[in-house]
Ligand binder design. Structure first.
Ligand code: HEC
Length: 134
């Protein structure tokens, strides 16, 4: 009886250790509440995550921006999981606009970027890229 309980516990622990949410699942859990499962958001209040992010990746300063907006930087996701989610958003919703030779974000890059809180994301966006709709 006791060993059966132990076995059940071990099996449970093993299954949890093996469970790592996919980037898609993490997107659905942590981002889709605002940006919607399809990523189209609800402009102008919540921006779309389609197409323009890919174009932004031609500008080095905008790589950090993707993880410095509050919805990204303050998520409960780890640096690696956030990197994976943002890379998933880029390849899933922005495949047609990513620059050639695009390098996926790394966990280290995300960790560094997240240390800087953007007091005004829109100001940063306009300075390094452009206003919404421009
Ligand atoms: C509570 C709602 C909310 C959640 C949750 C959220 N976001 Fe956002 N997101 C916004 C809003 C609002 C903006 C517009 C900028 C701002 O005011 O923060 C935005 C902006 C962005 C932008 C910049 C888009 C642009 O065109 O400039 C990216 C990239 C982004 N979010 C990614 C994410 C990711 C990835 C997640 C999940 C880890 C996430 N967001 C979770 C509301 C949210």
């Amino acid at each position: 009886m006791r060993s059966a309980a132990c076995f059940a516990l071990l099996a449970l622990l093993a299954s949890q250790a093996a469970f790592a949410a996919s980037p898609r699942t993490n997107y659905l859990l942590h981002c889709s509440g605002c940006h919607l499962p399809s990523g189209v958001g609800n402009p102008p209040n919540v921006p779309t995550l389609h197409d323009e992010l890919g174009r932004m990746m031609a500008v080095e300063a905008m790589r950090a921006y993707l993880v410095q907006v509050p919805g990204s930087s303050q998520t409960a996701l780890s640096d690696q999981d956030l990197a994976d989610v943002v890379n998933w958003v880029l390849t899933e919703f922005n495949a047609g606009t990513l620059p050639g030779g695009f390098r996926p974000l790394t966990a280290g890059e995300v960790a560094r970027a997240r240390q800087t809180i953007l007091a005004d994301p829109l100001k940063y966006r306009i300075k390094h890229w452009k206003d919404y709709g421009d």
